[in-house]
Design a protein around this ligand. Structure first.
Ligand code: AHM
Ligand code: MG
Length: 356
């Protein structure tokens, strides 16, 4: 027979964890009930509502008319827009209307930021987000994600150029992602470590799953689209040849950044989206893709780089600016950088040896 002394504490522990919702967790992290702490807690809670709405639609997408496929339009990035991109973008706008929390939203799907005048000047935050990242996976029922970042709004920015957002990634107050996979998971940081929550559909709540996640210092995974090999700089090809020729590496690439980064966060390794001939700055956008992920992985003990610069130091020149991305376990990222530095040094030596 088991002793009764242990049973209540195990039960209490489970109950306590089940009651640790996102909004409560944010307040615990900030150890405060100040108006700023309550605002942040409420913003994260609204993001969770957006995630639940997107999850609900994704989970039935193949059964509902008008959810899969393209709209026929092309977005500001020159990419074909999917119906789910439009829906998810509108969900984020809708959950922040009349919230008094966020004054402006900027996303991959909108050329200019979207203002919610009734929230200004009460809500002096900007939410930057990619509503559905990896949307090519939607039509084939594979994992996708949403990425978000919260910044203070500094200016009035009435011309829509969002100049006050053209600052480095260290200005982020919070960042995270939602992974729509076998379960729906929200991973976030407000600068106090990285924590994950899983949506319990029976409760309709995100429940704490893991606190203070730490990325392994080194890992076996390299995650990149090797179909771009012909378009890469020689240094990235050097690195790829290195992992092909050394034991201990394995390739994983799903075509959806959030899932690929989540795997690396949990198991260690590196994700690369370097510049290509077509896109010298790579494909991924700084303000709502690479900077939030860099913020998050640094908080977990990882590193993020453009290959030559810490990603959190990059100052964008426009709202939809792109950056190359090398992100993951610190030792793996440093190894990629060493190939880039080596090649740059050899190029200088060659040009000194045979000036044109
Ligand atoms: P998206 O935001 O338009 O979906 O594009 C971003 C996605 C990332 O999730 C993924 O890592 C990358 O594009 C895949 O691009 P590629 O097909 O060039 O490998
Ligand atoms: Mg994206």
């Amino acid at each position: 027979m088991t002793t009764n002394t242990e049973q209540p504490s195990a039960r209490e522990h489970t109950l306590d964890r089940d009651c640790t919702t996102l909004s409560r967790h944010v307040l615990q992290q900030l150890q405060s009930f100040s108006s700023e702490a309550r605002d942040l807690s409420a913003i994260v809670d609204r993001i969770a509502l957006a995630a639940k709405l997107i999850y609900r639609r994704l989970s039935r997408a193949g059964l509902m008319a008008g959810t899969l496929g393209f709209t026929g339009e092309v977005n500001v990035q020159g990419e074909s827009v999917k119906k789910m991109d439009v829906y998810a973008n509108e969900v984020f706008i809708s959950v922040f209307k009349q919230s008094g929390l966020v004054c402006r939203l900027a996303s991959e799907e909108m050329e200019k930021p979207y203002y919610i005048p009734e929230n200004c000047p009460l809500g002096r935050y900007t939410l930057l987000y990619d509503p559905i990242d990896g949307s090519s996976n939607v039509d084939i029922n594979l994992n996708v994600g949403s990425i978000f970042s919260i910044r203070q709004q500094e200016g009035d920015d009435l011309d829509g150029e969002a100049k006050d957002l053209l600052q480095n990634g260290r200005q982020q107050i919070a960042a995270g992602y939602v992974l729509y996979g076998p379960s729906t998971m929200l991973v976030y940081s407000i600068g106090h470590g990285v924590h994950s929550f899983i949506l319990d559909p029976s409760l309709g709540e995100f429940i704490l799953s893991q606190e203070n996640i730490k990325i392994p210092k080194h890992g076996p995974i390299y995650s990149t689209n090797e179909g771009n090999f012909w378009q890469w700089e020689e240094s990235i090809r050097d690195y790829t040849r290195y992992v092909h020729r050394h034991e201990g590496y394995t390739a994983r690439y799903s075509g959806a950044l959030v899932g690929d980064i989540h795997r690396i966060l949990m198991q260690g390794g590196v994700f690369l989206y370097p510049g290509t001939v077509k896109n010298p700055q790579g494909k991924l956008r700084l303000l709502y893709e690479t900077a939030p992920l860099a913020f998050l992985l640094e908080q977990a003990g990882g590193r993020a780089s453009t290959g030559t610069q810490n990603l959190l130091d990059v100052v964008p020149d426009k709202l939809h600016a792109r950056t190359p991305l090398v992100i993951g376990s610190p030792e793996n990222v440093t190894l990629v950088e060493s190939f880039i530095q080596d090649r740059a040094r050899r190029d200088v030596e060659d040009s000194v040896a045979s000036p044109s």
